[in-house]
Write a protein that binds this ligand. Structure first.
Ligand SMILES: Nc1ncnc2c1ncn2[C@@H]1O[C@H](COP(=O)(O)OP(=O)(O)OP(=O)(O)O)[C@@H](O)[C@H]1O
Length: 612
């Protein structure tokens, strides 16, 4: 049933007032909204809205005396639409419609053409989660449907920031081994949104690193971003492959009395603190099979050539973004950046072209090579680097990878029972916000902090976070803009020395399903600070209490005398005595001595921050 005369296509110069709200509309037609009824569909520049032709009485429509309840939406913002498609079956039989709609056709068997608008709505119970919605509109006239599709698609093209071409890495064995299935579940969102994807399913650890570090700048420039279908460790590998050859920055600062322990036998250390990192040393990592040597590289993407040397790929790069489709065991980075652990939400945030900046820690290990030269070894971390308990858990858990995500619980229990502590010295740059929980008095006793922020005073990072939005201007300030808390005239260093159960540096809150508020509830995605958490040796029961607090929503895991919490842009670590390893974003990094700093908002993610 067609109502001729109710359609109008309005050009730019002769916009027609919408009958609903007086706003200028671009397009208006009477169409059939499947499962609802006949509607007047109106497109304003930023919104598609519809209204039932038959007036509703309290959301109830009546047809032939039968009442139908209409609880559907009455519109969708253009920014929440990710695809509009003309349905290729061409026409449908009225018999496949809902009873309410069939009533409109009085049972006639009429063929219709249709198009579907794909978008999302936020879950009412979990606001960070996006739920797919689709609205199918029908009309007997094919050109009319085509006109709507063309108009809406033309408008979607003007939506800012949406990607067109992505490089996707899938880790098939991530988490419970669901990497491929997870990608298959979200791939239709990309194809509907007409986002081209080059998909690489990894066959071994280190492959994504190789591809990312050897891909030419010309080819990388052809992508709008890279997507990891996997866990935190997999994302870390991709991040390191991206940054290592491209990001040029000084090494982290160290205090004037920082002695590189590799400097024994009176050799002088040849490193200059201002020396530029090219990061290629990561490729020579000798102890970790995950980061292979260049010879192993079986890259499925072309290698450098002379044309590429001329092509630039600036880092930081505002356009190029990273996405994570969660398929791992912990997925802390995706939880912190999207507020949820949901592949559909992640895929939608990617195709809709969302953007949030993320701080990245540069962790530099100082180590003597077989030729007796001291060599820095650079790793980048997006979520957490930890030593002692955290390093021991990751080492132990690798033995039980076959258990899947449960291996962390098992390994955690084993390591907890052993209750090992490690002798170390940590120095950190003080800032006005540095000492947050515990402080040592001059007699060496641990005092409960007086400056610990009360819970209600904590500024939690969320969508449009004010703290993160004060982002530095990378273009005008160069690399200095990445270390805003290190650029003051005088850097003040503080020191903690003793036996520690763990030493950790959180870049972000590290929320995950086991720790709903994360390790540091008020950490920000992009404030240019690391949260240094030092857990001094303490009785077993006290440590258990700290760990238990971590698992509680609203818990206070840092509010103990044996816990030091320092908000700092840089720190150094030197171990003495028996050693653990570092756990960098869930990957092992063996370092006896290291220095670290954080770069504010170094990379952009396809996300918008958590909706907390
Ligand atoms: N095809 C592969 N086979 C084996 N290992 C791989 C493969 N592809 C990648 N890897 C390695 O597996 C490691 C762990 O991957 P990932 O982070 O996805 O899983 P996870 O450890 O289960 O999750 P999470 O890091 O969230 O706890 C990564 O460091 C990556 O190098």
């Amino acid at each position: 049933m067609e109502r001729e005369g109710n359609d109008c296509v309005v050009g730019d110069t002769s916009l027609t007032a919408s009958p609903f709200d007086g706003e200028a509309s671009i397009l208006r037609s009477t169409l059939l909204l499947y499962h609802v009824g006949e509607v007047t569909l109106t497109f304003h520049s930023d919104r598609l809205s519809w209204k039932l032709v038959e007036p509703l009485d309290n959301d109830v429509s009546t047809c032939l005396g039968i009442k139908y309840f209409s609880k559907v939406a009455t519109g969708i913002k253009l920014s929440d639409i990710y695809a509009v498609e003309l349905n290729d079956h061409g026409s449908i039989h009225i018999s496949s419609l809902s009873p309410a709609t069939e009533c409109l056709f009085l049972g006639q068997d009429i063929k219709m053409y249709s198009f579907t608008v794909h978008g999302f709505i936020r879950s009412k119970t979990q606001p960070s989660q996006c739920i797919l919605v689709e609205y199918t509109f029908g009309h007997k006239n094919l050109p009319r449907c085509q006109m709507w599709v063309n108009q809406l698609n033309a408008s979607l093209k003007h939506e800012i920031g949406r990607p067109k071409n992505l490089l996707v890495f899938v880790h098939p064995r991530s988490g419970k081994g669901n990497g491929c299935r997870t990608w298959e579940a979200v791939a239709p969102i990309f194809s509907r949104a007409k986002v081209k994807t080059k998909v690489i399913v990894t066959e071994r650890a280190g492959e994504a690193f190789d591809v990312m570090s050897s891909i030419t700048n010309v080819e990388l420039n052809s992508f709008d971003g890279v997507v990891a279908v996997g866990g935190d460790g997999f994302f870390n590998e991709i991040l390191n492959g991206f940054l290592s050859p491209r990001f040029k920055a000084p090494y982290p600062p160290t205090p004037s009395d920082f002695v590189h322990l590799a400097k024994y036998n009176g050799d002088s250390l040849v490193l200059d603190e201002d020396e530029i990192v090219d990061g290629t040393s990561i490729r020579n990592e000798d102890q970790f099979p995950l980061i292979p040597s260049p010879k192993q590289s079986g890259s499925r993407i072309s290698n450098s050539n002379s044309e590429d040397k001329a092509a630039e790929f600036p880092v930081p790069n505002e356009w190029f973004r990273f996405g994570i489709i969660p398929a791992g065991s912990t997925d802390a980075i995706v939880i912190c950046t999207t507020g949820t652990r949901d592949p559909i939400t992640s895929a939608l945030l990617i195709v809709l072209g969302k953007r949030v900046h993320l701080d990245i820690a540069q962790v530099v290990r100082w180590k003597r090579t077989p030729t007796s030269e001291v060599e820095p070894n650079v790793r980048y971390a997006a979520s957490f680097s930890g030593y002692g308990f955290y390093g021991d858990v990751i080492t132990e858990s690798e033995k039980y990878r076959w258990m899947g995500p449960k291996r962390y619980d098992y390994a955690g229990t084993m390591v907890f029972l052993k209750h090992r502590s490690y002798e170390a010295e940590i120095t950190y740059v003080e800032s006005d916000e540095t000492n947050l929980t515990s402080k040592r008095d001059h007699e060496g006793n641990l005092l409960r902090a007086i400056r610990s922020p009360h819970k209600s005073e904590k500024c939690i990072c969320r969508i449009n976070c004010k703290v993160c939005n004060e982002k530095p201007n990378h273009a005008s300030l160069g690399v200095c803009s990445l270390t805003p808390h290190l650029n003051s005239e005088e850097t003040r260093w503080a020191r903690s020395k003793g036996r520690f159960l763990s030493v950790g540096a959180a870049v972000i809150s590290c929320r995950n399903e086991k720790a709903p508020d994360g390790l540091v509830a008020d950490a920000h995605l992009s404030d240019g600070f690391l949260h240094l958490i030092l857990i001094r040796d303490c009785p077993h029961a006290s440590y258990l209490w700290h760990l238990t607090q971590l698992t509680r929503r609203g818990g206070s895991p840092l509010n103990y005398k044996f816990v030091e919490h320092h908000k700092t842009p840089a720190f150094t670590f030197t171990s003495s005595g028996n050693e653990s390893v570092w756990n960098v974003d869930g990957e092992i990094f063996q370092a006896h001595q290291l220095s670290a700093q954080v770069f504010r908002g170094l990379v952009c993610m396809f996300a918008s921050g958590p909706e907390v």
